[in-house]
Design a binder for this molecule. Structure first.
Ligand code: FDA
Length: 318
């Protein structure tokens, strides 16, 4: 795949982390069209309406309230409130639309206070606990996103703790990390939900594969472990090679389409999403919303030169 061989990838991923560039990009007067290609909107009703649209096409949804690397406890609390409100909307939505799989929210522990000095991990754990409790009340699933490798140990330890009370809590594992095949073995037990993705951050060679061929090979090894395990694999990739492998491995492990699902990002390969559903597979769309779209948006630009071209063209026509 082209993702890691995009020469601009390191530059864009470094830019994704820069508050100064965030201001610059915000000041560029990006047309909504550009951001809206990847983000459902800034406020909750836009997200809920995107979820409704996705559900009516036979796909499932997971919603992410955008935000990361929170340095302010009040912002972490505001993020919790956003999720609690979204989950109340889920309850209403479920009354009007039937889905054979629960709705889901995806959250980033760094948005819940994980990186606050001192007891950040504790704050993130208790914030996440509030969200997962509320989700269970409305019958929704929760999955914890994976962020850069400096957070992996802390994130997985918080997930282990939460799983004592909530065994179906999902977690994301990133195939580009050397450690992930072992993590897949640990987390593929009964009822566990694992979202396997390639990984979207800039990581050093000491912890992560650097060549896309190596990342792909690792993804296939991890996918095999998950499909042969007892959990519920969530295959998060737009890559046709990974998608075909998932169908193969599922068959080999005697899984039906009920026993795993595909997941793709909002606005990416919509036609392929519909095709997979038409062929009888389950597919969930990851729908981000909120005003803190900068980091998410920049990681999407870094993934694919075509996304970057789309962005540049829209600037030129501004
Ligand atoms: P990749 O970008 O390597 O592309 C491989 C091939 O897919 C391409 O060669 C092309 O054939 C096809 N393709 C990709 N995009 C296409 C397009 N727009 N049109 C046509 N063909 C296209 N990351 C992370 O670090 N932490 C996380 O928590 C998450 N969470 C997450 C959830 C979900 C639901 C998804 C889908 C992804 C994530 N990710 C993530 C992001 C993930 O790590 C990764 O960066 C992107 O999914 C891109 O990798 P792919 O596997 O999609 O293929």
């Amino acid at each position: 795949g082209p993702s890691l061989s995009n020469p601009l990838r390191p530059v864009l991923l470094a830019a994704a982390r820069s508050p100064r560039l965030e201001k610059t990009v915000a000041g560029m007067g990006l047309t909504r069209k550009v951001v809206d290609r990847f983000v459902a909107g800034e406020a909750e009703p836009a997200a809920v309406s995107a979820v409704r649209d996705i559900l009516t096409t036979g796909r499932f949804a997971t919603v992410d309230y955008l935000g990361e690397d929170t340095t302010d406890p009040a912002q972490a609390t505001a993020t919790v409130d956003a999720y609690l409100s979204l989950l109340r909307s889920y309850a209403t939505l479920s009354e009007s639309i039937e889905t054979p799989r629960p709705l889901e929210v995806s959250l980033k522990l760094s948005a819940l206070g994980q990186s606050l000095p001192g007891d950040g991990a504790k704050i993130a754990l208790s914030n996440a606990h509030r969200i997962v409790t509320a989700a269970e009340e409305v019958g929704a699933w929760v999955t914890v996103d994976a962020e850069d490798h400096t957070t992996t140990d802390s994130t997985l330890s918080i997930v282990r703790t939460l799983r004592r009370d909530f065994p179906t809590l999902g977690t994301v594992l990133q195939a580009y990390l050397h450690r992930t095949e072992a993590d897949c073995r640990e987390f593929s037990g009964p009822r566990s939900r694992i979202r396997l993705c390639k990984g979207a951050y800039q990581e050093p060679a000491s912890v992560a594969f650097q060549k896309s061929a190596e990342v792909d090979a690792s993804y296939l090894r991890c996918l095999k472990v998950l499909m042969d395990g007892n959990g519920y694999p969530m295959v998060a990739s737009h890559d046709p090679v990974m998608i075909d492998a998932a169908l193969d491995f599922a068959k080999q492990a005697k899984r039906t389409s009920e026993d795993f699902e595909f997941q793709m990002l909002y606005g990416i390969r919509d036609g392929e999403q519909r095709r997979l559903v038409a062929e009888g597979n389950h597919l969930r769309v990851y729908i981000p919303y909120g005003s803190q779209w900068y980091g998410y948006f920049m990681r999407r630009l870094a993934e694919r030169p075509a996304n970057l071209m789309f962005f540049m063209r829209s600037l030129a026509s501004n």
